[in-house]
Design a protein around this ligand. Structure first.
Ligand code: BJ8
Length: 424
């Protein structure tokens, strides 16, 4: 067993608090993931990555920094990872999905703030996340109000740069975001001392999009009946995509897909063919937020897709063909990012269309709309989602929750009733 304590000390981690966090993870992981039956063998790699979540991957980041590279933290899929990689830096996702860091955040942020914001902010305040500690700077974005105001406070604790994301996908909105993308390029060049050339950017985009294609492949395999992989495992893979090495990750996801394609060819799966198929849609589920998937699958459902930023909203979009010039690439990258159908946009009817398409093509028997408490954008949009699904006679369950375990029993009762209604 490698001892990472000196690395964590170097990162100014609060070791005592951090020990408490690491003590709970293995047993939690074992009971949620390792206890699943008939798991694909290729999940071994992802289990290993989780086992080393604060170890080996952080070591890789530190080695990169020691050789002169930079590490840049992100909180939203609007920020283009390829631009960061083209500057020789490594992007890491910092959105957090645990109640552990929420009490620290509540010392500063209002309690009625969404759990994703509190958990992420709390990790910085409590000095318990090696990824934020390893980040030379973090990039925020003007998406929801809670996040953008949190970044103002975060700037008091960590170097923070904020990208402006428009609220509407109009011509002016697109021009603004392209200008912001150019601004981020200049910021990255200034921070890293590396000039982002057309060649470097094309190479980085190829890496990022190979990762997205691998995730798309996995997502498409989940159309099969019986479900070839649990929703929990598929969600875990997407969560890991935000911090693992992109090239290695894509290889491992493709290996997993090969195994799953073999299973589907033989008609094998992880759930009975008649298990209720559920599409989950809504707020992102940052690692280690596995709460809803766990309840659904423990109750006998097969989660077949996530319309989420830890799902289709992350990997569905690819850059359009372009002339290969630096400016041409920046334009299609800005457009690609802006494609994201986040509820922070108004209107955001494309997301409703996505949900209907996913429900139909992935043969979902029902949709669970997942809303983090105090996430007003998704909560309001749920009204339109409900109407659109009702018109198509697709059952919907609206869930509003946070990261605590307090409502597990109540959620389970509601999920059971929903699945029972689907089975009838
Ligand atoms: S593109 S969903 S990752 S902003 S859940 S913090 S919206 S109050 S995370 Fe998001 Fe980018 Fe949009 Fe995706 Fe606010 Fe809602 Fe919290 Fe959220």
């Amino acid at each position: 067993m490698v001892d990472y304590r000196s690395m964590w000390t170097e990162l100014d981690i609060d070791l005592e608090k951090h020990d408490t966090l690491l003590q709970v993870l293995p047993s939690m992981y074992e009971s949620i993931f390792l206890s699943q039956e008939n798991r694909p063998e290729a999940m071994d790699y992802f289990d290993f990555v989780v086992g080393e979540i604060h170890g080996l991957r952080v070591r890789e980041l530190m080695d990169h920094k020691a050789s002169g590279g930079r590490v840049v933290g992100l909180y939203c899929v609007f920020v283009p990872e390829d631009l960061i990689m083209a500057a020789g830096a490594i992007p890491v996702g910092l959105c957090a999905g645990t109640q552990f860091s929420v009490p620290d955040a509540e010392q500063v942020l209002p309690r009625n703030t969404c759990a994703l914001i509190k958990s992420s902010f709390g990790f910085k305040l409590g000095r318990t996340c090696p990824y934020v500690q390893a980040s030379d700077f973090v990039i925020g974005e003007t998406t929801c109000d809670g996040k953008k105001k949190m970044y103002e406070l975060l700037a008091g604790y960590h170097p923070t740069y904020v990208m402006e994301v428009p609220q509407r996908k109009t011509r002016l909105g697109r021009e603004l975001f392209l200008e912001e993308t150019r601004g981020l390029k200049a910021k990255l060049e200034a921070e890293t001392g590396v000039a982002i050339t057309a060649e470097r950017l094309a190479e980085a985009t190829a890496v990022v999009e190979a990762k997205r294609r691998a995730l798309q492949r996995l997502h498409n395999i989940r159309k099969a009946r019986p479900a070839p992989i649990t929703g929990l495992d598929a969600l875990l893979v997407t969560q890991i995509s935000f911090y693992d090495d992109s090239v290695r990750f894509a290889e491992k996801v493709n290996a997993l897909c090969e195994e799953l394609e073999g299973r589907t060819a033989k008609g094998e799966g992880v759930a009975p063919a008649d298990a209720p198929r559920i599409l989950v849609s809504g707020s992102p589920m940052a690692v280690p937020n596995w709460k809803l998937h766990r309840i659904l699958e423990d109750s006998g459902a097969a989660v077949v897709g996530e319309e989420s930023c830890t799902g289709t909203r992350y990997f569905s979009y690819l850059a359009a063909e372009n002339d290969g010039s630096l400016e041409g690439q920046l334009e299609v990258i800005a457009d690609r990012q802006l494609e994201t159908h986040c509820a922070c946009f108004t209107p955001n009817d494309e997301r409703i269309a996505d949900i209907l398409t996913l429900a139909r093509d992935w043969r979902a028997d029902g949709v669970v709309h997942y809303n983090l408490q105090f996430c007003h954008t998704f909560a309001n949009e749920a009204v339109k989602v409900e109407k659109a699904l009702a018109e198509e006679n697709i059952p919907l369950l609206r869930i509003e929750t946070d990261y605590s375990d307090e409502d597990m029993g109540q959620l389970k009762t509601r999920v059971d009733a929903f699945l029972e209604m689907i089975r009838r």
